[in-house]
Design a protein around this ligand. Sequence first.
Ligand SMILES: [Fe+2]
Ligand SMILES: [Fe+2]
Length: 329
Amino acid sequence: MTDPLALDPVLGEGERSRLPFNVDLPHDERFRAFEDHVLAGGKVEAGDWMPDEYRLNVLRFVEMHANSELMGVLPERDWILRAPTLRRKLALTAKIQDEVGHAQLLYRVAEDLGKPREAMIDDLLAGRTKFHNVFHYPTRTWADIGVIAWLVDAAAIVAQQALRESSYAPYARTMKKICWEESVHIMHGRDVVVTLAAGTVEQRAMVQEALDRWWPPLMQMHGPRSEREADRDLHWRIKAKTSEELRQEFLTIYVPRVLELGLSLPDPELRFDAAAGEWRYSEPDWAELRSVVTGHGPASQARIGFRRVQREESRWVRETILVPTGAAA
Ligand SMILES: [Fe+2]
Ligand SMILES: [Fe+2]
């Protein structure tokens, strides 16, 4: 169960403006007080006054995270029926249920910021909002399931652990629960990869091939380097680390873990530069990243199309349950 405080009800516009957060001050002073509060490490609750820019930035961030959790189950879903043993099937099903749960929690956090869930799903299906690049690619073999649960979830948890300190309190609280579950996903993924790496020649080749295919999208996943000073999400402490800091952290933890299994990584430039204290790597293909996250990835349209069909098929459920008050005879 998540902390119920993470699930504050949606507050109407009028109600929000009357709630306390230096509400008696003129706008400019209130803005400065808000900024002082946030920059000094203070937290913001859903009902607090916040500048529109802050609200929109948190919303954009959380909405993309929610979309990614929702769309991220589709590559794995394809393998529930094909999982090699009952134990693997149960573990994969449990992971997928967790991820859908993450989407539910995050959509609720986003809803509290004032955007209805239906509008978020509309935007996702129309391609107006994005989800993470890695979920735009197909899963070709069972080894993909291991590599995704281990390394995609690992790359995600590096970012998500830093978000537990987000200035937006409902998001920070939700991330604590999500991080617990992600750490179990990583154990499940690593177990699949270790089993294959210690298996037959064919299994070993299969996991190496999956790693070779997933590595470029993994290196793109945190996004291109950006200036810390120019990043408003960092300024407001909505997030804590730059994309390059997250990528470096991911490489520091996971490159040795991949190599200790006797697997290799498909980047001849990849090495730790001890003098500079950071990883060197071939420049990721940022044009591919931009193309993929705007709906031009190899599986983008199939995934969005699948969600469209699901939404239509479940429309009658929503229409039956969400009857406006007073409409029932
Ligand atoms: Fe998740
Ligand atoms: Fe996960």
